[in-house]
Design a protein around this ligand. Structure first.
Ligand code: 5IU
Length: 273
């Protein structure tokens, strides 16, 4: 696996333009932190994005939980992404037939394809979901720049998750079939070594995003299970995702700096720098 290489080296050699951008941002900002900004108003979202922007590589949204979504939400978020040099990941978890996910991705009130650099999907419906999302991503020029990428939801952090075993290995099989669109996985560990029916391509470099990262809690009352930045990165996370650990902290800016520092130190230890 490529997890022993620096983000800078992976930025240079990665076949996917959005992955190159992602690794460049991480290297430039010395941050592998994705903040999961699960707040429910545009004001809170933009306020968090502006205050935490300097310390994060990616902002992860659940845009459908906002009570007041409008064009101002998208314009504001994109202006802040430019200002602070972070990417936007909409955690929509598409999971339907191809014809439906194309509409959910591109149309509706949310027009996710216009503004989200990164999206994710489950491969429960089969590989057609990836083909459908790839077609939409590649068929349009978007107002805020057109590089788009997909993370396959290969595992989940919640207790009793059924995203294991053959589901997880099918996620790897399908990722290998769509290298120009699939960046990698949302998973709890690197997956390049799991059994797969597809042979790895020369120079394969899946990007791993790991959720459920929290420094002060082991879990919540609804089944969430947490690990630390060190343990996530040790298992192969390239980007650590934290929500409440950061935005619900007494001082979210201080918390973001702390996750940034710990995430970066764990990364440096992994690459032997
Ligand atoms: N999320 C998970 N686990 C997963 C996946 C996504 O927690 O396996 I896929 C999302 C849910 C929430 C964020 O938006 O990541 C975690 O938030 P907290 O750090 O507040 O638990």
């Amino acid at each position: 696996s490529k997890s022993q290489l620096t983000y800078g080296a992976r930025a240079q050699s990665h076949p996917n333009p959005l992955a190159r951008k992602l690794f460049q941002v991480a290297e430039e900002k010395k941050s592998n932190v994705t903040v999961s900004a699960d707040v429910t108003t545009t004001k809170e979202l933009l306020d968090l994005a502006d205050r935490l922007g300097p310390y994060i590589a990616v902002i992860k949204t659940h845009i459908d939980i906002l009570s007041d979504f409008s064009q101002a939400t998208i314009d504001g978020l994109n202006a802040l992404a430019q200002k602070h040099n972070f990417l936007i990941f909409e955690d929509r978890k598409f999971i339907d037939i191809g014809n439906t996910v194309q509409k959910q991705y591109h149309n509706g009130t949310l027009r996710i394809s216009e503004w989200a650099h990164i999206i994710n999907c489950s491969v429960l419906p089969g590989e057609g979901i990836v083909e459908a999302l790839a077609q939409t991503a590649q068929s349009t020029d978007f107002p805020y720049g057109s590089e788009r990428g997909l993370l396959i939801l290969a595992e989940m952090t919640s207790k009793g998750s059924l995203a294991t075993g053959t589901y997880t290995s099918a996620s790897v099989d399908i990722a290998r079939k769509y290298p120009s669109f699939v960046l990698g996985f949302v998973s709890t560990r690197s997956l390049g070594e799991v059994e797969s029916t597809e042979a790895p391509a020369q120079g394969e470099d899946f990007v791993v995003f790991t959720t459920g990262v929290n420094l002060s809690s082991k879990g919540d009352k609804l089944g969430q299970q947490y690990q630390t930045p060190q343990s996530a990165i040790g298992r192969g996370a390239d980007f650590i995702i934290s929500g409440r650990g950061i935005y619900a902290a007494a001082d979210p800016v201080e918390a973001a700096k702390q996750y940034q520092q710990q995430g970066w130190e764990a990364y440096l230890a992994r690459v032997g720098a």
